[in-house]
Design a protein around this ligand. Structure first.
Ligand code: NI
Length: 177
């Protein structure tokens, strides 16, 4: 089932998500299947459960070469539950981000360059990874949704925030994340 995606301004996007308690349940598997269907329908790179109004610490992400991010590398398809992100070092990078909850826009957002993250998959198996670059950016963006943070709140220079079709006219304007 494809869910409607909540848009910025909806108070449900500002909540602190609750921990998932029960793993490997039919309900959880169905929710994750629906999230992937919703993300793929919207051509997104990631989706957090709060974006479909489900207030749980659950994110999905991952994609192959993507026309919205023509320079981005592949990121493995990942289900991440009850995540904890820890920066590695103090280096940050600025890069352009979009969000399915902020359709049609992009902003320049600083993120930790390298992070370690841990959490669980849908079966309750622990996930521990050290990542950098776009993978690190995506996981930071998605996990921000679990704390009620949307990327525009992290933009340092609001002159670097605008409509995708203006900022990146070469991109397919029908695509959004
Ligand atoms: Ni987002």
């Amino acid at each position: 089932m494809i869910y409607p995606i909540l848009k910025m301004g909806d108070q449900r996007l500002l909540r602190i998500a609750e921990q998932v308690q029960d793993f490997d349940t039919a309900e959880l598997h169905q929710l994750i299947a629906d999230m992937f269907e919703t993300m793929q329908d919207a051509n997104g790179a990631g989706l957090a459960a709060p974006q479909i109004g489900v207030n749980l610490q659950l994110v999905i992400f991952g994609f192959k070469k993507n026309s919205r991010y023509p320079d981005a590398p592949n990121v493995p398809e990942t289900v991440l539950i009850n995540p904890i992100i820890t920066p590695i070092g103090s280096e940050t990078d600025d890069a352009w981000e979009g969000c399915l909850s902020v359709p049609g826009m992009r902003g320049l957002v600083p993120r930790w360059s390298s992070v370690s993250y841990r959490g669980f998959d849908q079966y309750g198996q622990e996930i521990v990874r050290e990542v950098n670059g776009f993978h690190a950016r995506v996981v930071q963006h998605e996990c921000d949704h679990l704390n009620g943070i949307l990327y525009p709140m992290r933009i340092k220079d609001l002159t670097k925030f605008g409509y995708t079709e203006i900022l990146f006219p070469e991109l397919d304007a029908t695509l959004d994340d």
